[in-house]
Design a binder for this molecule. Structure first.
Ligand SMILES: C[S@@+](CC[C@H](N)C(=O)[O-])C[C@H]1O[C@@H](n2cnc3c(N)ncnc32)[C@H](O)[C@@H]1O
Length: 230
């Protein structure tokens, strides 16, 4: 179960409903303090080792694009119409595209990107669904994927806290990542490793980077040439 104030989500559908109708204010309250949120976005982008196309499922107001490495293009989608409108208003530029669209739709369409960057998407989702989603998102990542989440071992819940977010056990996350097809290298960084988070609430965060084996040929198969006969 996840909770934000009185809103409780227990299924993937609940999470979608919650996010589709959440206010801009809700997102801004979650993104506090802003310096820490931005630092985690930058930590997530640390997995990008060369320029390429970046996909952010659940882009919110598109803050990630402010820290995009040079030479990268970006596609972000979100189920919340108001968030996407704000992202477009404030951060749209050539090579940076935001769309009001469910991430399931992007995955079902089989779209591929070099890098998939998943930042704070999972908090209101059931934990089992997040593990399935990681596998499906990996299939869309030609070069690698990064994910930020919260460390279950450090993340207590309390009825007086205004939220209960889905968190992940570091070992479970690592073992899932290591079992992804064609994965070459996996790194899990803990918030305490980052100077700026020491002693701060946000040291409970985790960032997972997984890189695909460059030897795996993920280029689209060309159709056989339909040369003229006879
Ligand atoms: C906590 S916010 C994080 C926003 C952004 N990634 C960031 O870190 O600044 C989670 C976002 O995921 C979006 N979201 C949730 N479920 C989604 C889905 N099925 N498809 C697309 N976006 C979704 C929400 O609307 C929300 O904007």
């Amino acid at each position: 179960m996840s909770r934000w104030d009185d809103s409780v989500t227990e299924t993937a559908e609940d999470a979608k409903r919650f996010w589709s109708s959440a206010s801009l204010d809700t997102l801004h309250q979650m993104m506090a303090p802003r310096w820490a949120w931005e630092a985690w976005l930058q930590a997530a982008l640390g997995g990008i080792t060369e320029p390429g196309s970046v996909f952010e499922p659940g882009c919110g107001i598109g803050l990630l694009t402010e820290f995009l490495p040079a030479g990268c293009t970006y596609y972000g989608c979100d189920v919340n119409r108001d968030y996407v409108a704000e992202a477009v208003r404030a951060r749209s530029r050539p090579g940076v595209v935001f769309e009001h669209r469910d991430l399931d739709d992007v995955l079902a369409a089989g779209q591929q990107f070099d890098w998939v960057v998943v930042t704070s998407l999972f908090g209101m989702f059931p934990e089992s669904v997040t593990y399935e989603l990681i596998e499906r998102l990996w299939a869309a990542a030609n070069k690698g994927m990064s994910i930020t989440t919260v460390n279950k071992r450090l993340f207590g819940t309390h009825p007086r806290l205004r939220f209960e977010f889905t968190s992940h056990d570091p070992d479970e996350l690592l073992s899932l990542a290591a079992s992804l097809p064609e994965v070459r290298r996996v790194v899990l960084r803990h918030g305490r490793e980052y100077e700026q988070f020491r002693g701060h609430y946000w040291q409970r965060g985790l960032v997972l980077h997984a890189w695909r084996d460059p030897a795996s040929d993920r280029r689209p198969q060309l159709l056989p040439s339909l040369g003229r006969r006879g």
